[in-house]
Ligand binder design. Structure first.
Ligand SMILES: NC(=O)c1ccc[n+]([C@@H]2O[C@H](COP(=O)([O-])OP(=O)(O)OC[C@H]3O[C@@H](n4cnc5c(N)ncnc54)[C@H](OP(=O)(O)O)[C@@H]3O)[C@@H](O)[C@H]2O)c1
Length: 320
């Protein structure tokens, strides 16, 4: 049997999944990727695809039983923060029961070579309010999710830690802040890239509409995040159930990111406030501490925001 590393990734057609697959393939890893679609969303050498709805326990067992994965990377999720009136229980179902099915299948049919299971948490798990100061949030900051997505992610974290404690499964939780970069049509930066390119193509007037841009958030390029996840999984002497922030450690004003779009747009535009995009009680500043991640792996972020923005713009210019 080949001694190349074998990795199972759930959610390969998502924003993070597409980048992770490419990163691991360039590292010589053999990948089994999943998603709910019957057919592979794309094909690459060293990538095989198994259709698997994680809400179906039997399908999940089929993914794990008789496998010889070294690592399992769980990215599949319902990754949407909706306003209170629009929140739906499907977020809880997918993020909690999907993770429970996966971990339970791994408990019942643990692959013999299994060394690590990565679960992706969220900064939305932390207690953050409009009164929060601008201290970086470390892993021991209190938890009190403000929305259903944050709750679903926190329940996921608790389950992953419990499975580590009770069954010695080598889980690790990467509590991740805002990811940016090419490969997604969701989130603020994608929304701004789309508007910028529509302005360039004369599809909309030279006005970009945005919500409150006088707040600061922690943005990390998705490619840096993938590198952090992989380093974390391979780090030595990390106890099962360890929780680690994955973030840039810096708070960037949304206004400054928007200026990057203005600077790199081929057509000048002005910015107008869209009152429908203003969130009530928006905390002025949120940033994480990446000290623990750095101590465990030596990782530091390497991709500046300007590259995340220009790559995203280039992608939209080629696809819109
Ligand atoms: N993007 C961010 O800024 C960010 C920040 C913090 C944390 N995270 C977390 O990072 C992880 C990856 O995020 P992402 O941005 O890549 O999410 P994404 O683009 O929404 O992709 C998630 C994938 O999950 C799959 N999925 C959903 N329900 C499923 C089910 N029942 N069974 C199997 N697969 C299912 C979907 O694939 P199919 O449609 O092919 O089934 C989808 O492609 C998630 O856990 C997310 O919560 C993301």
């Amino acid at each position: 049997m080949s001694d190349r590393l074998r990795v199972c990734i759930t959610g390969i057609n998502g924003f993070v999944g597409k980048h992770f697959v490419r990163h691991l393939i360039s590292d010589g890893v053999l990948i089994t990727g999943t998603g709910r679609k019957k057919n592979p969303p794309y094909s690459l050498p060293d990538l095989s695809y198994l259709s698997c709805n994680l809400l179906d326990y039997d399908e999940t067992v089929r993914l794990i039983r008789d496998s010889n994965y070294d690592y399992v990377i769980h990215l599949a999720a319902e990754n949407r923060v909706l306003p209170p009136g629009e929140q739906s229980l499907s977020t809880i179902k997918t993020n909690v029961f999907g993770t429970l099915n996966l971990l339970d299948a791994l408990r019942a049919h643990t692959p013999t070579r299994l060394k690590g299971i990565l679960i992706i948490g969220s900064a939305h798990e932390y207690a953050i309010s409009a009164e929060s100061g601008d201290q970086p949030l470390a892993e021991d900051h209190p938890v009190a999710p403000f929305n259903l997505y944050g709750w679903s992610k926190h329940l996921q974290t608790l389950i992953a830690q419990r499975y580590a404690q009770l069954y010695d499964l080598p889980t690790m939780i990467a509590r991740t802040f805002n990811l940016v970069g090419p490969g997604t049509d969701r989130g603020l930066s994608a929304e701004w890239a789309k508007q910028t390119v529509e302005i360039e193509k004369n599809v909309r007037p030279p006005v970009l509409r945005a919500g409150n841009i006088n707040v600061a958030r922690d943005f990390l390029d998705v490619r840096d995040a993938v590198r952090a996840y992989w380093q974390l999984l391979q780090a030595k002497n990390v106890p099962p159930g360890t929780l680690v922030n994955v973030c840039s450690g810096r708070a960037t004003q949304l206004e400054d990111i928007l200026s990057l779009f203005q600077k790199h747009s081929r057509t000048p535009f002005r910015i107008e406030t869209d009152p429908t995009k203003i969130r009530e009680k928006d905390p002025p500043s949120i940033r994480g501490s990446n000290q623990r991640l750095n101590q465990l792996t030596g990782w530091t972020p390497s991709i500046p925001l300007i590259r995340s923005v220009t790559d995203l713009l280039e992608e939209y210019r080629n696809t819109l």
